[in-house]
Ligand binder design. Structure first.
Ligand SMILES: NC(=O)C1=CN([C@@H]2O[C@H](COP(=O)(O)OP(=O)(O)OC[C@H]3O[C@@H](n4cnc5c(N)ncnc54)[C@H](OP(=O)(O)O)[C@@H]3O)[C@@H](O)[C@H]2O)C=CC1
Ligand SMILES: O=C(O)[C@@H]1CCC=N1
Length: 265
């Protein structure tokens, strides 16, 4: 089975690296890239063929589309003539619906819409999959296997996808933003930057592992840290004064709204 990845940006390379780490033969993978220097870099790094979109579409059984949402319609027009019966087209683009994908491809094409995230780079990705109108269980299993090579996979109704994009698709950025803020705070308090970074990163890792391994509700875990009259209560009062929780809800709502807009752009 030949897998073609269209778009060798952040997410395209992330998926490619995951497929190779999970044991896929480089000979079964191709990726498309328009810039010669970047194509040479990818070929040297992964030992795969970097080809143009037409050649990739001709050779592939599974086509994974990883261009920006704004570039999706022109890519669909480019690959549509090469789509054959039995191919499965998997889109990782935010906001682009299965209806839009199906509309740009030959009638009856099997499509899967996926929202992945960048922790796939360290095999800790979260991918949510939704099937198109003509997607068989077999095609869904193919898509699921691909994404499972670098993290966790769930199937969701497509109506969830804007919310999924706002939570797990964009979510790593919110976490990195909080981490940046904590490191800066440590520096403000006089810690060397390296020390502030180590303390923050291990705290994040420890807290995430605790949520996963204990299965305890985050509210309970937060309360366990919050000693009466202590330091954590003093900090959390400031976060509440600044309406940080409400800001998170509004931010996630804005991301979901933007995901909805992208299918109309
Ligand atoms: N980054 C993330 O965290 C996530 C991204 N996604 C989705 O993944 C997709 C890609 O995002 P990301 O990797 O961040 O973006 P990038 O801009 O890093 O990558 C997009 C790549 O597609 C290339 N490209 C554009 N048009 C074409 C075309 N017609 N044929 C071949 N290649 C093309 C671009 O090349 P060039 O630079 O030459 O234009 C670029 O290398 C988006 O749809 C995004 O919504 C989903 C979840 C998470
Ligand atoms: O910011 C974006 O649009 C993409 C989709 C989810 C994460 N990054």
């Amino acid at each position: 089975m030949t897998i073609a990845i269209f778009g060798a940006g952040v997410m395209g390379e992330t998926l490619l690296s995951g497929l190779i780490r999970s044991g896929r033969a480089p000979g079964d993978l191709v990726i498309t890239e328009r810039r010669a220097d970047r194509a040479a870099e990818l070929e040297a790094k992964y030992g795969i063929s970097v080809v143009d979109n037409a050649a990739a579409a001709e050779s592939a059984d599974v086509l994974v589309l990883v261009v920006k949402p704004q570039d999706m319609r022109s890519l669909l027009a480019e690959i549509a003539p090469a789509i054959a019966v039995g191919n499965v087209v998997i889109s990782l683009a935010a906001g682009i619906t299965t209806e839009v994908l199906e509309g740009g491809l030959p009638a009856g094409t099997s499509v899967v819409r996926v929202m992945p995230n960048t922790p796939a780079l360290v095999d800790q990705g979260m991918a949510a999959l939704s099937r198109g109108a003509h997607c068989t269980d077999e095609h869904m299993a193919i898509a699921s296997d691909l994404l499972a090579s670098c993290g966790k996979v769930i199937e969701v109704p497509e109506s969830y996808q804007d919310a999924v994009t706002a939570i797990s698709g964009s979510g790593p950025a919110y976490v990195f933003y909080v981490v940046e803020a904590m490191i800066e705070a440590g520096v403000v308090l006089g810690l060397p930057r390296a020390t502030a970074t180590e303390l923050t990163v291990q705290t994040l890792y420890g807290a995430a592992t605790m949520i996963r391994q204990t299965g305890t509700h985050p509210t309970v875990l937060r309360e366990q840290v919050t000693s009466p009259g202590g330091t954590t209560a003093a900090a959390l009062r400031i976060l509440d004064d600044h309406r940080v929780r409400a800001a998170f809800v509004s931010a996630v709502e804005a991301a979901a709204e933007r995901s909805g807009e992208l299918s109309r752009s």
